[in-house]
Write a protein that binds this ligand. Structure first.
Ligand SMILES: [Zn+2]
Length: 482
C-alpha cells in the first residue's frame, strides 16, 4: 500500500539547489517580530512567501490582523493563508498546516560566527542563518513539496490548507481569535480533517520523532512589602520586619532540591502513568549523557532516562526565576529592600486545570505567609498561564506520519513530548476539533533562538521528502483508529 514516492524523491534531489536558494532568500529578509523597526521586513517576508506559493498555483490571501494591542501605531503582520490546489477536490482529505515566517532577533555582535541574515553553508552541510530551522526551513518545506510534486508530474494527494503567521516569536498576537473565527462553519479552515505543525525539533540528532504533547505554564508572582522605602540594615536591622526575609521563607516552601513540588494537592491533579505510556519511553533515543551535555554539568535529578524524560514531559515542575527589587549587583550593599516580588512558574501537565492550580498555589502561599505572623503585606497573583496539550499518538494522523518517517529515514520515529509550550497547538485543536500532529524537521543541536542557528542540509532535504510523504500517507490512512 506504500504510495509510489520515488519520483517525488528524485524531483527533490534534482531541485536541491533551488530549495537551498529559496531558503537563502527567506533568511535574507530579517523578519524580526520583536523589533518595531523591522516590522516592514516582517510584512515583506509574508508577501514574499505568499508570492512563492502563488507562483506554484496556490490560492493565497494576506489577512490583516489589525493593530498591535497597546501599541496602536504598529500594524500586526498579516496571516498568510492559502489553499493548494486552488480549487478543492472533494474526493480528497484536507490537511491544515501551520508555520511562522517571523524570527528571533539576531546581531553578528551577539556572537554569531557568520552574518545571521545570510545563509552560510559549511563543509559539513550545516546551513547557518537566523530562521533556518525556526521556522523558515519547515515553512518552505511545504512550498518545496508542492514544487517537487509538479516537477515529478504526480498528483498532489490532499487539499492543503495553509496558515502562516508573522508574530509567533512575540506571543502570536492576534492569531488566536483569527484561527477560532476561521474554523467556524463556512470559513477558510472549516473543512480541515487534521492539522500538522512543523515547528519543533528532534530530541537528539540521529532519530526523527513525532511529538504528541506539550506542557502548559502558569506563572506567578509573590509581592511582599512593608517599609515605605528601602532601609539601611545598620540603622533598621533588628527593628523592622523585612520583606525579603518573609519572601525567602515563603518561596523556600514551594519546591525541594529534587524538584518535588511542596504545594499540597498539586500531585493529586496529575494523570497517572498508564502501561501504554510507560512502554513508549523504553526505546526513545536518549542517554543521560545527552542531558549532562545540554545542561553543562552532571547535576541531573534522576539517574535514569525514563524518569528524566518523564520529569521533562509528563510531570509538573516548579521553577523559581528571580526576585524583583532585591539587591542583585556584585558587592556588599547593606540595604533592606522595602518591596520584593518573587517570581516562579509551574509547568503543568494533564489533568491540571489552570484554575485549580491557581487556587492551590494561592492557598499554600497565603497559609505559609500567615504562618510567619508578619506585619508585612502579601500579594500573590498569576502573571499568565497557558494550558498543556496532549494528543493521541494512535490517531491516523500520527500513524500516517510514522509511516512517512519510516519510508524517508528508515526508522520508526520516537514518540516524544516537549517540556515547553507551543500555545497555537492547543488553539488549533480546540478550534478545529481535530487531531494535531507536531512533525519536526530540524534536530536538537539547531540552536533555534540562539546564536549560530542552523539547519542541516540533510534535515532540510529529507524533511521536504518527509512532509510530502506524510501527505501521501495521511491521504490513505484508515480512519478507524482514533
Ligand atoms: Zn518556531
Amino acid at each position: 500500500m506504500a504510495p509510489q514516492l520515488e519520483s517525488y524523491y528524485k524531483a527533490i534531489d534534482g531541485l536541491t539547489d533551488t530549495f537551498i536558494d529559496r531558503l537563502a532568500e527567506a533568511v535574507a529578509i530579517p523578519s524580526i517580530s520583536a523589533e518595531e523597526a523591522r516590522r516592514p521586513d516582517v510584512v515583506k517576508m509574508g508577501h514574499w512567501l505568499k508570492s512563492q506559493l502563488e507562483t506554484l498555483g496556490a490560492s493565497m490571501e494576506a489577512r490583516e490582523l489589525g493593530k498591535r494591542p497597546g501599541k496602536e501605531h504598529l500594524t500586526l503582520p498579516p496571516a498568510i493563508i492559502g489553499r493548494y490546489p486552488a480549487k478543492k477536490d472533494e474526493s480528497k482529505r484536507t490537511i491544515l498546516v501551520y508555520g511562522h515566517y517571523d524570527v528571533q532577533p539576531a546581531e553578528k555582535s551577539d556572537g554569531w560566527n557568520t552574518e545571521p541574515f545570510k545563509l552560510s553553508v559549511d563543509s559539513k552541510g550545516r546551513m547557518y542563518g537566523r530562521g533556518s530551522t525556526d521556522d523558515k526551513g519547515p515553512v518552505l518545506g511545504w512550498v518545496n513539496a508542492i514544487q517537487a510534486h509538479q516537477k515529478a508530474g504526480i498528483e498532489f494527494p490532499v487539499n492543503l490548507l495553509m496558515c502562516f503567521e508573522g508574530m509567533e516569536e512575540y506571543g502570536s498576537e492576534g492569531l488566536d481569535d483569527f484561527i477560532i473565527a476561521e474554523c467556524k462553519p463556512g470559513k477558510f479552515f472549516e473543512d480541515a480533517d487534521a492539522v500538522c505543525i512543523s515547528d519543533n525539533y528532534w530530541l537528539g540528532t540521529e532519530k526523527p520523532c513525532l511529538t504528541y504533547g506539550l506542557r502548559g505554564c502558569s506563572y506567578y508572582s509573590i509581592e511582599i512589602s512593608g517599609p515605605g522605602q528601602d532601609l539601611h540594615s545598620g540603622v533598621y536591622g533588628g527593628t523592622a520586619q523585612e520583606p525579603m526575609t518573609d519572601l525567602v521563607r515563603v518561596m523556600g516552601g514551594l519546591v525541594d532540591t529534587n524538584g518535588t513540588i511542596l504545594i499540597p494537592g498539586i500531585k493529586d491533579l496529575v494523570a497517572p502513568v498508564t502501561d501504554d505510556e510507560q512502554a513508549l519511553y523504553k526505546n526513545i533515543a536518549f542517554e543521560m549523557s545527552n542531558l549532562y551535555e545540554s545542561i553543562g554539568s552532571e547535576t541531573g535529578i534522576f539517574p535514569d532516562k525514563e524518569r528524566t524524560l518523564m520529569g521533562r514531559w509528563r510531570y509538573p515542575s516548579l521553577s523559581i526565576h528571580g526576585v524583583e527589587g532585591a539587591f542583585s549587583a556584585p558587592g556588599a550593599k547593606t540595604v533592606i529592600p522595602a518591596k520584593v516580588i518573587g517570581k516562579f512558574s509551574i509547568r503543568t501537565v494533564p489533568n491540571m486545570e489552570p484554575d485549580d492550580v491557581d487556587k492551590l498555589v494561592y492557598a499554600h502561599v497565603e497559609k505559609a505567609f500567615a504562618g510567619l505572623k508578619s506585619k508585612n503585606t502579601l500579594k500573590v497573583s498569576l502573571q499568565h498561564s497557558g494550558k498543556w496539550w496532549v494528543a493521541s499518538p494512535k490517531h491516523w494522523n500520527f500513524t500516517a506520519a510514522a509511516k512517512a518517517v519510516e519510508k524517508v529515514w528508515g526508522v520508526k520515529p520516537d514518540l516524544t513530548r516537549e517540556g515547553g509550550s507551543i500555545p497555537v497547538t492547543l488553539t488549533f485543536e480546540q478550534a478545529t476539533g481535530k487531531n494535531v500532529l507536531l512533525l519536526p524537521m530540524g534536530s536538537s543541536t539547531d540552536a533555534a533562538h540562539s546564536i549560530n542557528e542552523k539547519l542541516d542540509k540533510k534535515n532540510y532535504i529529507e524533511g521536504i521528502k518527509l512532509l510530502g510523504s506524510y501527505l501521501h500517507y495521511v491521504a490513505e490512512e484508515p480512519m478507524s483508529v482514533a
